[in-house]
Design a protein around this ligand. Sequence first.
Ligand code: C5P
Length: 206
Amino acid sequence: MIIAIDGPAASGKGTLSRRLAEHFELRHLDTGLTYRAVAAALLAKGMPLGDEAIAIEIARNLDLGHMDKSLLSAHEIGEVASRVAVLGGLREELVRLQREFANKPPGAVLDGRDIGTVVCQNAEVKLFVTASSEARAHRRTDEMRSKGIEAEFADVLEDLKRRDLRDSQRTIAPMKQAEDAHLLDTTEMDIETAFQAAVDIISKAR
Ligand code: C5P
């Protein structure tokens, strides 16, 4: 079984996907980490973000089992990841890796921006998880402050809006709700309520 979860930054889809994978005993891949890992490696090598040949080379050597989330979770890496994510050749390489992961038994939960529309079009269940930009910016600001990182709500909101716009307006694999995806708006939900709503949708659809 494959569960595809898409949605904008800080919508709660990451936590939700992790918990759904545990609940349904499936493997989990946060595909955003694959874009973040390539972005971080380009930065570390001091290479220009538009150098697609190097980006593809980095992607070919990625080990999905050993991406260090703690090193990749910085807000700024997300911004850089969204700039390299417009490269079509790089996306092809990452999508190949992501599909390989998805197709191994017993199946998997994948979360990202184009899982339901591109990576796993045949997923048994698709969710598009969203929330108002203000709710998402509040969550992201709280999360950063809880890690001791200084964060201003207005700056975080502006960053999220800019990233959503870039992700939804790019030509290749833009973020959008698949026609057969269930919409889950978590603006008024805490994580527990969102999790229960997702379990209900998935249990009915299986
Ligand atoms: O989800 P996360 O914030 O970690 O993703 C970082 C960036 O990677 C996104 O803003 C998006 O540009 C890109 N991405 C993508 N397709 C995916 C997952 C992430 O383009 N499936």
